[in-house]
Design a protein around this ligand. Structure first.
Ligand code: PRP
Ligand code: URA
Length: 208
C-alpha cells in the first residue's frame, strides 16, 4: 500500500489555516474544498486516458480524454466537505454515500446510512478528512469492496500513523493520499496536532 503525503506549498498553506483554531466554519469549508482539489489531483494522477483528435482554432491535433469510470464515496458527515472539489474535477463521477459515526468511548464506527452505486470496474476514492484510529476507513473500504470496488484509494486531510497501520493490516491493497501524516492520537483518539473535530468545525456544531 502506498501512502502519499502531498508535497506542495499550496497544500501546506491551506492545511495550516485549517489547523488554526480561529478559522471559522465558513472559511473552513472554503479551505477544505481548495485542499481537497489538490488532494484529488494527486489521488487521480494515474487515471487512464485515451486519445482523441480535436481541432484547435489553428489545426487538428491529438488530445486526451479520461477513459475510466470513477466513483467517489464521501463518509458522512465530514467527507461532504471534500465532495464538491471531486465532482467539479470529475463531472462524470458517480457518487456513493456512507454514514459512519465513531463512538466517543469505544472509538468504534457504527453505520447509519449506505447508498452505493455499482462499483465493479470503477476506480473508487473514499473521501474522509480524518484517518484517526482507522476504524471508519476500514469499515468504508470493506463496504465498497462488497459492492465490487477493486481499486480503492483513501483521500484524507490528516492521517495518524495508527490509522495508516490499521488500514494497511486489513486492506494492504488500498492506497492513502493525505496532506499530512501527523504525530499520533491522544487519549480521546483525536489526531495530534490535528485540527480538532473536522465535522464540527465544518458544520459549526462544536460544543453540541
Ligand atoms: C470522524 C471523521 C472520520 C472518523 C475518523 O467522523 O470524519 O469519519 O471520525 O476516526 P477513526 O479513524 O478513528 O474512525 P465522526 O465519527 O466524528 O463523524 P462526523 O463526520 O459526523 O463528525
Ligand atoms: N475525528 C475528527 O474529526 N478528528 C480527529 O482528530 C479524530 C477523529
Amino acid at each position: 500500500m502506498d501512502v502519499t503525503e502531498l508535497d506542495h506549498p499550496l497544500a501546506r498553506h491551506l492545511l495550516g489555516a485549517l489547523r488554526d483554531e480561529r478559522t471559522p466554519p465558513s472559511l473552513f469549508r472554503t479551505l477544505t474544498k481548495r485542499l481537497s482539489a489538490l488532494l484529488m489531483a494527486e489521488a487521480t494522477r494515474d487515471l487512464a486516458l485515451r486519445k482523441r483528435r480535436v481541432r484547435t482554432p489553428l489545426e487538428e491535433t491529438d488530445a486526451e480524454v479520461l477513459d475510466e469510470p470513477v466513483v467517489v464515496v464521501p463518509i458522512l458527515r465530514a467527507g461532504l466537505g471534500m465532495l464538491d472539489a471531486a465532482t467539479e474535477l470529475l463531472p462524470e463521477v458517480r457518487v456513493g454515500y456512507l454514514g459512519l459515526e465513531r463512538d466517543d468511548a469505544t472509538f468504534e464506527p457504527s453505520s447509519y446510512y449506505a447508498n452505493l452505486p455499482p462499483m465493479t470496474g470503477a476506480r473508487t476514492f473514499i473521501l474522509d478528512p480524518m484517518l484517526a484510529t482507522g476504524g471508519s476507513a476500514r469499515a468504508a473500504i470493506s463496504a465498497v469492496k462488497a459492492e465490487g470496488a477493486v481499486e480503492v484509494r483513501m483521500v484524507s486531510v490528516v492521517a495518524a500513523p495508527e490509522g495508516i497501520a490499521a488500514v494497511r493490516s486489513e486492506h494492504p491493497d488500498v492506497g492513502i493520499v493525505t496532506a499530512s501524516v501527523d504525530r499520533g492520537l491522544n487519549a480521546s483518539a483525536y489526531i495530534v496536532p490535528g485540527l480538532g473535530d473536522f465535522g464540527d468545525r465544518l458544520f459549526g456544531t462544536e460544543g453540541r
